[in-house]
Structure formats: structure tokens, C-alpha cells
Write a protein that binds this ligand. Structure first.
Ligand SMILES: Cc1cc2nc3c(=O)[nH]c(=O)nc-3n(C[C@H](O)[C@H](O)[C@H](O)COP(=O)(O)OP(=O)(O)OC[C@H]3O[C@@H](n4cnc5c(N)ncnc54)[C@H](O)[C@@H]3O)c2cc1C
Length: 467
């Protein structure tokens, strides 16, 4: 059967941002704030990506805690900082200073207190307002389905939505799809998963559960002397009750008391770039969450009167494509403290990338080596795919050795990379050659600082306790 794609409309911008997760929002926001005409294309009906449509309302990697002064600090600035204060003003996120670090209801571990924990629906509205405020041309329910490239230049992307097929032309393009869809469609080189077998970290369909007695649940953690219940789960497994391939329970209280995110199921063998896998993942994930919920109610203190609030509409994908960029950030760079001159964002998060086959095992946990510069420093050149000039790929598809995904894939640094890509685009637009590698790194770093972004330890600043 022959398909002929008819084009219904052609539009032209300075920058087209593909994907409206936190990376895409940050990118579009700063480009438009700098005067560019920007389109933001999002295949679903809300901004925020995994952080809203997959119900993961924890922005990690952008905050740290200084023990001596008992102060929280921003490690990612710009939009991350703005989000925290805007949400605080309307009481739509947790005040980090209110968190009990010894008995943390938001996932127990003290490190997981270093997050913006927010109300999902309020976040969606806030992101909509930021985009409207900057006059960005937002297209919901619109998917990028093709790319036209000539030599080293992307000429346009083709999108499909209810109104038909649309061509979006631009001087430059940002691939914020998380999966590197645009880079792949443009024929850029990439890698998928582990070197040895291309397997990727497990996926998770998140369940949100209401009416949990959090205090009782925390007492149960103390009684079992285990925040993730490995021993109790082993006992349940012996009794034939727990038959899942994972050995830990992750339940985290959200902004609203008694409402918990159950980030427990780990779905192995799912390739997030394969639609059959995604479909099966949804069907199996929904069924498995219901089975898990029954076990929680019967065997875990605090869940006796719990109710399912929702199972997400979209399976959460932790890992897919990584582009081959101008440079590739490696684990040894982090452990040896290699100094790059083109740092555009930091991450305060650590190594968290579950094993593709053993979903409760973290290969780098227990490793005695530490990130030498305290924070993962992200160089600009990791965002630029080889062989192409006017495409930039911020977010988890950047050019890093696989294990480096641990600290950089979370939403704080993704915002950091997104805002750098947006500001880089604003510099690129006045260059005669539309080539992201021609953007002067000092000019970009100055512009980032001017926009309250954080690119090194000297920029790190204290979070105000009262606002
Ligand atoms: C289960 C799970 C739990 C996690 N927990 C945390 C956590 O607690 N804290 C944290 O900070 N991070 C967490 N992460 C990591 C983090 O959520 C992601 O890595 C982060 O969301 C990346 O942001 P992004 O904007 O780059 O991508 P995404 O959030 O994936 O957003 C990409 C957007 O692009 C859109 N899109 C994709 N393809 C197309 C296309 N072809 N055309 C148009 N639009 C498209 C998608 O609809 C989506 O909205 C978790 C991830 C998973 C999967």
C-alpha cells in the first residue's frame, strides 16, 4: 500500500522545540524570553513529561543540603528556582525545611528530601502559564513524525495532529523528546542501552494511592529496620505471596498528606522506542499495580484503608537513545574530576540506574569511588550530535557513557540542560552560520548566569526558608 503524506500547513520559526517535558519547557521558555519566535510541540495534552503525565512529582538533582549550616541550596537555577518559589507562594510544593530528614515520609532516605515535591495538576497549570506568558506557539496532541535534512542542516520537521500534517521550518531545532526521536529521524548516530546487549533500565508504570496512614507506615519501616522492606518482601516471596521480579517497595508521600506515589513495579525487557513494548507495558503494568495494591493492603501497615487514586496514563521510561555527540562524558571523567571549559549545568543527584535484568540492583551502589567535583558537571558539547549543525539534544539523550545517566537523567539537570539549549539558540540565531558548535562558550555561560542559572559551585545559593 502506498501512503502519500499531504501537507496542510507550513509554519516558520526561529526555533522549534520538540517535546514538552521539563527539558523542552525550559528550552522554549529561555529562547522565547530572549526574543526568539518559538514553537513547542508536545504529543500529549500537558507539559512536564514524566514529571506530570507519568505522575512523578519529585524534581531531583537540583537541590543539595549542607549539614553544618542545615541549609538547602539550589544547584540548578533559572527555571528550577523559579518553579520552586512560584509553587511555594501558592503552597503547591513542599517547603524543603519542613521535611524531617530522619523520618522522611517522602521516601525515607534523607537524600530524597532534596527535591521539589509538588502538586501535579498545579504544576501543569503553572507550566501552561509560563509558555503563554512568553507567547510560545504551543501545539498539544502533536507528534513529530519526520525530519527533512540536507547535508548537515535540518530544514524542517513534519508533525501530525487532528488538524492534519504540518511542516515546521526553523533556523534551529531542539530535540527534547527524551528519546532522541528527532536525532534518530535525522539520521544521527546513537546508542541504545548497554554496550553488550542493548538492554535498558526497567520501566515503571506509577500508581498513586490515597488515604495511607503515613505515620503507621513509617513505624513499619522502623520495625522492619529497612526503608525498602527487602527482608519482609523475601518472606512474602517464600510464602508465595510476592511473585514480582523486584525486591523493594518504594512508596513516597506527596505534597498532599496521605497521598503516596507507588514507584515500585519494575518492568524489564521494555524498549521505550518500540510501540509493541509500550503497549504491552501498559497492559501488564496496570494489572500488576492492582495485584501489588492488594498485597500492600493486606501486608503493609498503613495501607489498610488506602484507595487507588490513579494508575498513570503513560508508562515511565528511564532510558532509551543516547546520541553520539561532539564529546562523550564518561564515568572516569566524573571520578577523576576532569575539568571541561564548557559547563552549562550541574546535577546534585547520584548513581541511580537500575540493572536491566535485576531491577532491584543498582550496579554502582556500594562503589567506593565518588564524584570528585561533588557535582556532575555537564559540558555543552555533549548536547550536540555529531555530523549535524542546527540540532541540539538536551535531556537524557545526551552523549554520555551509560552509567553517567544516573546523575544526569533526573529532572533538575534536565531543566539545566534545557535552559542552556534555549539560550544557546538565542546566540546561534545571530551567528552567520547556524551551527550550535559556533556558539561561543563564554558568551553562553555569561548569558546563563545573567538568567540566574547555575554553572559552577560559586553560583550555588541558599534556598530561603520563608518567602
Ligand atoms: C519511573 C520513573 C521515575 C523517575 N523518578 C524521578 C524522580 O523522582 N525525580 C526526577 O527528577 N526524575 C525522575 N525520573 C527521571 C525523569 O523523570 C526523566 O528523565 C525526565 O522526565 C526527563 O525530562 P525530559 O523533559 O527530558 O523528558 P520527558 O519527561 O520524557 O518529556 C519528553 C516529552 O516529549 C514528548 N514527546 C516525545 N516524543 C515526541 C515526539 N515525537 N513528538 C512530540 N512530542 C514528543 C513526550 O510526550 C514528553 O512530554 C524518573 C523517570 C522514570 C521513568
Amino acid at each position: 500500500m502506498q501512503h502519500i503524506l499531504e501537507i496542510d500547513e507550513i509554519k516558520k520559526y526561529d526555533l522549534v522545540v520538540c517535546g514538552g517535558g521539563f527539558t523542552g519547557v525550559a528550552c522554549a521558555y529561555y529562547a522565547a524570553k530572549s526574543g526568539l519566535s518559538v514553537a513547542l510541540v508536545e504529543s500529549r495534552g500537558a507539559l512536564g513529561g514524566v514529571g506530570t503525565t507519568c505522575n512523578v512529582p519529585f524534581l531531583l538533582g537540583g537541590i543539595d543540603y549542607e549539614k553544618d549550616s542545615a541549609k538547602y541550596r539550589f544547584v540548578v537555577g533559572g527555571l528550577f528556582k523559579k518553579l520552586y518559589y512560584d509553587l511555594r507562594k501558592s503552597d503547591d510544593c513542599v517547603n524543603v525545611y519542613d521535611i524531617d530528614r530522619e523520618r522522611n515520609p517522602h521516601a525515607w532516605f534523607s537524600g530524597l528530601a532534596n527535591a521539589i515535591i509538588y502538586n501535579v495538576e498545579k504544576m501543569k497549570i503553572l507550566l501552561d502559564s509560563y509558555i503563554k506568558e512568553q507567547n510560545i506557539d504551543l501545539m498539544y496532541f502533536t507528534k513529530v513524525i519526520d525530519v527533512k535534512r540536507t547535508d548537515r542542516i535540518v530544514d524542517y520537521v513534519v508533525c501530525a495532529n487532528k488538524s492534519g500534517n504540518i511542516v515546521l521550518e526553523a533556523s534551529c531545532f531542539a530535540d527534547c523528546t527524551g528519546d532522541g526521536d528527532i536525532a534518530a529521524l535525522a539520521g544521527c548516530d546513537y546508542v541504545l542501552g548497554r554496550d553488550e546487549d542493548s538492554l535498558m533500565a526497567p520501566a515503571s508504570l506509577i500508581m498513586t494511592v490515597d488515604n495511607v496512614d503515613t505515620e503507621k507506615y513509617l513505624d513499619c519501616i522502623v520495625k522492619n529496620n529497612s526503608p525498602r522492606f527487602r527482608k519482609k518482601i523475601e518472606d512474602l516471596r517464600q510464602k508465595g505471596i510476592w511473585n514480582f521480579p523486584y525486591d523493594i517497595l518504594i512508596s513516597a508521600e506527596l505534597k498532599r498528606k496521605r497521598l503516596h506515589m507507588i514507584n515500585t513495579i519494575r518492568q524489564v525487557g521494555i524498549d521505550g522506542t518500540n510501540n509493541d513494548d509500550l503497549t504491552e507495558g501498559m497492559i501488564q503494568g496496570r494489572k500488576e499495580n492492582i495485584e501489588l495494591f492488594k498485597i500492600l493492603k493486606e501486608h503493609f501497615d498503613g495501607f489498610e484503608n488506602a484507595e487507588i487514586e490513579s494508575v498513570s496514563e503513560m508508562i515511565g521510561i528511564r532510558e532509551t537513545r543516547r546520541i553520539i555527540g561532539d564529546i562523550t562524558l564518561t564515568l572516569s571523567d566524573l571520578f577523576e574530576g576532569k575539568k571541561y571549559t564548557d559547563i552549562i549545568s550541574l546535577s546534585s543527584y547520584s548513581f541511580d540506574l537500575p540493572d536491566p535484568k535485576k531491577p532491584s540492583y543498582q550496579p554502582l551502589h556500594g562503589d567506593k569511588r565518588v564524584i570528585k567535583n561533588n557535582y556532575t558537571e555537564i559540558p555543552y558539547r555533549c548536547l550536540i550530535p555529531k555530523g549535524i549543525n542546527n540540532l541540539i539534544c538536551p535531556g537524557r539523550s545526551i552523549s554520555v557513557e551509560r552509567d553517567v545517566l544516573g546523575p544526569i537523567r533526573v529532572m533538575g539537570p534536565c531543566i539545566g540542560m534545557g535552559q542552556a539549549a534555549g539560550l544557546a539558540s538565542s546566540i546561534l540565531i545571530s551567528c552567520s552560520e547556524k551551527n550550535y558548535r559556533k556558539v561561543d562558550e563564554s558568551e553562553l555561560q555569561n548569558l546563563l548566569r545573567k538568567n540566574d542559572c547555575i554553572i559552577d559551585s560559586d553560583d550555588i545559593c541558599i534556598i530561603e526558608e520563608t518567602i
